[in-house]
Design a protein around this ligand. Structure first.
Ligand code: PFF
Length: 461
């Protein structure tokens, strides 16, 4: 007899799914791309993308997962036949690829945290110009940090859906929200506050690079953990009584709120030290791992208190995301091969770590891996290549198939049943009709635009 699948409790789904969504994408990538796209107008486009594409696709993934109560591969197979299970496989492989490099970057947050703790107690020592390059080029250290991060993820996952994932995210997420609110309040007294609000909420469309529109769509996938089956997997643990539209809406709302808060915190600090502004735009990594700690310790009141707290926040956010990434492969091994959860977790983590090894050594330690490229200049090294591959190709392609499947292939009755939004006379509610319209027309067209743009050679990773 088949074992009954665990379900999340009432708020368990929202917290776990928000945990998956909120991560380095919000605290590292979003502030950087918003800065590059000149703020205000980009934020508006991003909000529109998240509402008209992100929300419906998240609902679509949950519908698939909850209907079949299985991992993306068997879920697609059951609902659409063998051919469609390929979309599930694409998702699983994408998850493996993302986790492989994500855990390396997540490992950096551990170093930032311990360094900040040390500085807070024994005084700040400005790192030399080459410090960061040396740090990422230290192969052994990179391997160790990624290992620690994957180990932490394993320890959560192998305890199961309720005792591991739900319990951990129920602790992590409220702490994360509190730290973030505390930091937003702290920076409100800094002189850069007004400029930050103007930059973020005063849209000037003349200043928006056209490429920014597509970048917003691409980022919506990554930040909401869409296009690779993470939400299908979490949806398979969602209770039948829960409203898919409301839960998905809440996750989208929380993810967006946190991304905006991250911008408010970082920009206020940056705008408070005018001489720094120009130097920030230089590197993706720079803002979070180089500029910010320096400013916190040299210019910001209470910076020594804020800094370690901030980096533990980033580490927690990254952990709640790696949990969902590893769970996709783990649940496949459990569903398909009937392995025990412990065995599945270890094997999934081992496979992931093999990719992490290549990524960790591709930041300078192993010249061959560091120079390897298939996407041209600026994308050298295994880590950069995989990031580019996942964000530009795998997620949008996976997302496109999911919209086509739910919008055009899946029996509409299943959708209606799962979403369950009826008026008293049995006719579908406006929200359902809007969902149908967006998942059939708007979302696929927007994703196609992204894919065509990638074909045309434009990079939005
Ligand atoms: N959404 C995560 C972030 O913003 O950092 C990244 C991610 C997690 C992508 C899980 C995909 C996923 F399945």
């Amino acid at each position: 007899m088949e074992k009954k699948r665990s379900s999340f409790s009432r708020y368990g789904f929202i917290l776990a799914a928000a945990g998956s969504a909120i991560g380095l994408g919000n605290l590292w990538k979003f502030p950087y791309i918003t800065w590059h796209n000149n703020g205000g107008a980009f934020v508006i486009i991003y909000l529109v993308a998240v509402i008209i594409i992100g929300w419906p696709i998240m609902m679509a993934e949950i519908i698939i997962g909850r209907r079949v109560k299985k991992n993306p591969v068997p879920a697609f197979e059951k609902l659409g036949g063998k051919k469609w299970s390929l979309v599930g496989w694409l998702g699983v492989i994408t998850g493996l690829v993302i986790l492989g490099y994500y855990s390396v970057i997540a490992g950096w947050t551990l170093t930032s945290f311990t360094k900040c703790l040390k500085w807070s107690f024994s005084g700040y020592v400005k790192p030399g110009e080459e410090a960061f390059t040396n740090f990422i080029g230290n192969g052994q250290l990179q391997l160790f940090l990624a290992f620690i991060f994957i180990l932490a993820t394993v320890l959560v996952i192998w305890r199961g859906v309720k005792k591991g994932i739900e319990r951990t995210t129920k602790i992590l997420m409220p702490i994360l929200f509190c730290i973030l609110i505390y930091l937003v309040i702290m920076v409100m007294s800094l002189p850069g506050r007004d400029e930050t609000f103007k930059f973020l909420f005063n849209p000037d469309f003349a200043n928006l690079p056209t490429a920014g529109i597509l970048e917003a769509v691409g980022h919506a996938f990554f930040t909401l953990s869409l296009g690779m089956g993470a939400m299908i997997t979490y949806g398979s643990y969602m209770d039948k009584k829960e409203s898919i539209a409301k839960n998905a809406g809440m996750v989208v709302f929380l993810d967006t709120l946190i991304a905006i808060c991250a911008c408010i915190i970082m920009y206020t600090i940056i705008f408070s030290v005018p001489s720094v502004k120009e130097g920030v735009s230089g590197s993706t990594i720079g803002m979070l791992f180089i500029t910010l700690p320096d400013l916190l310790y040299t210019h910001i009141p209470f910076g020594a208190t804020i800094a370690p707290i901030f980096y533990i926040l980033v580490a927690f956010a990254a952990l709640s995301s790696t949990i969902s990434l590893l769970e996709v492969l783990t649940s496949l091994l459990i569903d398909k091969l009937k392995w025990t959860r412990k065995k599945a977790t270890i094997i999934a983590a081992g496979a992931t770590y093999l990719i992490s090894i290549l990524c960790a050594l591709s930041l300078g330690a192993a010249p061959f891996l560091s120079k390897w490229q298939i996407f041209g200049k600026g994308k050298e090294g295994v880590l950069n290549t995989l990031d580019h591959l996942a964000a530009n190709w795998m997620l949008p392609v996976g997302g496109l198939f999911i919209t086509i499947f739910v919008g055009w292939v899946l029996d509409e009755k299943i959708c209606r049943d799962e979403v369950s939004l009826y008026n008293e006379d049995g006719s579908p509610k406006f929200t359902y009709k809007a969902f149908r319209f967006f998942i059939r027309y708007i979302a696929p067209m927007a994703i196609l635009a992204v894919i065509v743009a990638v074909f045309a050679g434009w990079d939005f990773s």
